[in-house]
Design a protein around this ligand. Structure first.
Ligand SMILES: [Fe+2]
Length: 381
C-alpha cells in the first residue's frame, strides 16, 4: 500500500490570488516574512482579497529564514488571541514552514516539539483553522509538502517535521509573485526544482503517480528556466517554472529524495553554501554515481528531453544560469577556504550518509562514496 497525498485544491496561473475572495469564514491571519512580501505589495494584495471575502484580517510579519522555535511560539500566541479560521502563509519556504507549525500549536497549545518529531505523530489539525499556502519562490514547494523544518537556536537543533496533517488545504500558485525574484535566486531555486524532480523520479519510493509529475517538471525546467533567468518579466516562463516547482513538490513529498539533498544539507550546514546552489552543483556528479542503478529511468529522461548525457546537460544548464561546475569556484563568495572544506570533510560524509534522504537513493552509497562525491563536487573533475 502506498499513499499519494497533496493539497485538496491547487489554484494556479495568472490572477489565481483572486481565489482568496472565495474563502468562507470569519477571520484570517496572514503569516509572512520579515518585510519582502510587504515591500513588494503582496501583503496588501492578499489582505484586500481576504477583506473582499468578508474576513477580518490580521498580519503576522517576521518569519525569519530557518524559522525558530521562538517565532513559532510568538505566532501561536497571536493566533490563540485572534482566533483565525484561516491561516494564510505567504512567502518562501521559511514563512510557509513557520506558519505550518504555528498552526499545529494553535490547534494544540499543549503540544511539545518532542511529541511531533516522529513521522506522522502530529495530532489531527483543522479543528480550528484551515491552511492556505502562497509561495513566492519557485523552489521549496512547501505549499504542497508534508514537511516543515523548525530550528531551536538555543539548543542548536533542527526539527524536521513530517506529517500528512500539515499538507496545506489550498495552494495558490500565482506566477506574478515569483516574477519579482532576483536573477541568482531564480537560478538557485530553479535548479532546486530540477533536483527535486530528478531525485523523486529515480527514488526507490517512486510510483507512477510521482513519475508523471516529476518527468513533466524536469521537462519544464530545461525548457523554461533559461528564459525565466534571462528575462524575469516573462510571465509565461515564470508560470511554467512556478507550476514545475509545485509538480516537483507533489512528486518528492510522496516519493522522497536522494543523496543530492543529503550532501547539500550537510555542506550547507557546515560551510553555508545555499540550498539550491549546492544541489545545482552536486546534481550532475550524483547522476553519474546513480547512472547504473537507475539506468532505465535516466535513459527515459534523456529520451523525453531528446538529449545525450543528462549529467552533461545539467552542467550546461547550470552554466546558462550562472552556476559553476564546482564549489571551489564560488568558495570566495561564501568565505570558504580549501582548508575549511578539508576540515568539514572529516564530518560531512558520515553525517550526510545518515540523512533520511539517503534511504531512497537508487545506488546505495557507502560513507567513502559520499566523501568522493564531495571531493569531486568541490574541486571539479
Ligand atoms: Fe530542495
Amino acid at each position: 500500500m502506498t499513499t499519494f497525498a497533496i493539497p485538496r485544491t491547487v489554484h494556479h496561473g495568472k490572477n489565481s490570488l483572486k481565489e482568496l475572495e472565495n474563502l468562507e469564514g470569519n477571520k484570517a491571519i496572514i503569516v509572512t516574512d520579515e518585510g519582502t512580501m510587504s515591500k513588494l505589495g503582496f501583503v496588501d494584495k492578499v489582505r484586500k482579497h481576504l477583506k473582499n471575502a468578508g474576513l477580518e484580517v490580521k498580519v503576522f510579519e517576521g518569519v525569519e529564514p530557518d524559522p525558530s522555535v521562538k517565532t513559532v511560539k510568538e505566532g501561536k500566541d497571536i493566533m490563540l488571541d485572534f482566533g483565525p479560521d484561516w491561516i494564510i502563509a505567504l512567502g518562501g519556504g521559511s514563512p510557509m514552514d513557520g506558519a505550518k507549525v504555528m498552526w499545529s500549536f494553535y490547534e494544540h497549545p499543549d503540544l511539545k516539539f518532542e511529541d511531533i518529531i516522529e513521522v506522522n505523530s502530529m495530532p489531527k489539525l483543522r479543528n480550528k483553522a484551515r491552511f492556505v499556502a502562497i509561495p513566492s519562490t519557485s523552489g521549496t514547494a512547501s505549499e504542497i509538502t508534508a514537511f516543515a523544518v523548525i530550528t531551536d537556536r538555543e539548543k542548536k537543533i533542527k526539527y524536521p517535521l513530517v506529517s500528512g496533517e500539515i499538507i496545506p488545504d489550498i495552494a495558490i500558485v500565482d506566477p506574478e509573485i515569483p516574477s519579482t525574484m532576483p536573477k541568482h535566486i531564480t537560478a538557485n531555486t530553479g535548479m532546486d526544482v530540477l533536483t527535486h524532480a530528478v531525485e523523486a523520479y529515480i527514488s526507490t519510493a517512486a510510483t507512477d503517480y510521482t513519475d508523471a509529475l516529476a518527468l513533466k517538471a524536469i521537462d519544464s525546467v530545461f525548457e523554461y528556466l533559461p528564459t525565466a533567468y534571462e528575462n524575469g518579466d516573462d510571465l509565461a516562463a515564470r508560470e511554467k517554472m512556478h507550476d514545475a516547482s509545485t509538480m516537483a513538490g507533489m512528486a518528492f513529498s510522496n516519493a522522497s529524495l536522494g543523496i543530492v539533498h543529503s550532501l547539500a544539507h550537510k555542506i550547507g550546514g557546515e560551510l553555508h553554501f545555499t540550498h539550491g546552489l549546492s544541489n545545482a552543483i552536486l546534481l550532475p556528479y550524483v547522476i553519474e554515481f546513480n547512472y547504473e542503478a537507475a539506468e532505465d529511468k535516466l535513459q527515459k529522461i534523456q529520451d523525453t528531453l531528446g538529449i545525450g548525457c543528462l549529467a552533461e546537460e545539467v552542467h550546461k544548464l547550470n552554466n546558462k544560469v550562472g552556476i559553476p561546475d564546482n564549489f571551489q569556484a564560488i568558495a570566495d563568495k561564501f568565505d570558504v577556504t580549501d582548508e575549511m572544506f578539508e576540515d568539514a570533510l572529516s564530518r560531512m560524509p558520515e553525517n550526510s550518509h545518515k540523512d533520511p534522504c539517503t534511504l531512497t537513493n537508487p545506488n546505495e552509497p557507502t560513507v567513502e562514496d559520499m566523501k568522493v562525491l564531495y571531493e569531486k563536487a568541490y574541486y571539479g573533475k
